[in-house]
Design a protein around this ligand. Sequence first.
Ligand SMILES: Nc1ncnc2c1ncn2[C@@H]1O[C@H](COP(=O)(O)OP(=O)(O)O)[C@@H](O)[C@H]1O
Ligand SMILES: [Mg+2]
Length: 483
Amino acid sequence: MFNKESIPFAPMLIESMRSLGYSFQSAIADLIDNSISAGATRIDIRLLPTENPYLIILDNGCGMNSSEIEEAMRYGSKNPLDERKKDDLGRFGLGLKSASLSQCRKLTVVSKKDNTMSSYSWDLDYIAQQEAWLLQGYSKEEINELPEINLLDGIKNGTYILLQNFDRIKESTNDLNTTLTKSMDDTIEHLSLVFHRFLTSGLDIYVNNSKIEDKDPFLLTNKKTQFKREQKFSINGSNITVKPYILPHISALTKEDIKKVGGKERLRNEQGFYVYRNKRLIIWGTWFKLGRKEELSKLARVKVDIPNDLDYMWNIDIKKSSAKLPDIIKRNLYNCVEQSIFSSENVHKYRGRKEANKDISYIWERNNIRGEIEYKINRDIPQLKLLQESLNDKELKVLESLLEKLEESLPINALYVDACNGKVKDDNSNDTEELYADVMEQIEYAKIQGMDYKMLLKAFLKTEPYCNNKELTKKIQEVLENE
Ligand SMILES: Nc1ncnc2c1ncn2[C@@H]1O[C@H](COP(=O)(O)OP(=O)(O)O)[C@@H](O)[C@H]1O
Ligand SMILES: [Mg+2]
């Protein structure tokens, strides 16, 4: 037997490595991963419309010296099987090159370390021409000619990544700058979600000097977000933590919240697991076929933290945009899914449950008749009691017929669809003064009718929406005590 080294034909392989399936945003996110792993606390992305647009990613991480850049530029610079530092977001030793060159034809890396700048680039046209894996290195003078290279001036250690010649995007549009700007807007959205946990713990990312805000998918700033007990399980000695959150009902979301979750539609579509590898969001908005995307679970989101030492188990792909969760992890997650679906169902459960709380009378009663549900207007609410006392038989018949017609014509299908789309206006008045005036007006009328108005007041105390307003019930109680 003898050996024969077989070197890949550079122009072919480097071209085919461009087609790993990176999108513009996933490519940028991969470069941001590198900056984070390098310990950066500030990352600047620069993309301004020019005749030959370029994109810069600048970080203040540890930087690289000349031989480190050389090594970083090599395809497969690290063995994916090597043990990584705990907080390393890298994996295959391919991201820097394959992400960058998936979008453009020239990647230049300038890095500053120990006050020395070094630089190398991969230029696909040069490789095609030379038919060899030839990096191009730059002298100090040549580095100084790079666009906005003075950005590195204020930084002690750091890295400047320059992408030029966006051939693929160019081919897809007749207005390169507009398309790039639009892609950058989408990228900002993507980064604000994918790196949201870094953005609230010491990392700032700027795009053309404007800071990216974090997009927390669990809406933790909203006090009505509920969370369930955090659970941990161990796989081959590594801990996975699972924490279910239930977002507030759509009527309790602020405009800001709705913007954070990307609109009402995404609130529903992006229910499910949010899987983080080293705090970086990898996959989100899926139940991994463990549960169905139900309308009722749309408020449930489950945070799953997986350390990078379990990479070998879950087939993470080069772009880090998909990953297959092993069955053993799925099985462990199952309980949490059940629980969160169940709980978020609670948030949505119809307000008028008769069986729910016997001490409250609901305007709408939900009756379960051998598995079939019917909704009826509760005839015992104080307003109806009052009318029953004051109307004559003929008028009562009209009233009863009206109530029946209302019950029969409840637009259930439209309500269901609208509620699922979060479009039902929830403008129940909770204003104490208004509710109080409403109650007292009816009590005055009951007095005129010679009714037992104290009974009626007590009935109001138990009826929605009055019973939900603590201030109001206190006021009614005071009236009762003073009578
Ligand atoms: N912004 C950066 N700052 C410092 N070092 C970097 C930076 N980007 C890349 N590197 C170095 O280059 C190596 C190769 O990066 P990359 O091709 O993305 O593969 P991976 O991230 O999987 O290691 C990294 O492991 C790191 O050592
Ligand atoms: Mg990387």
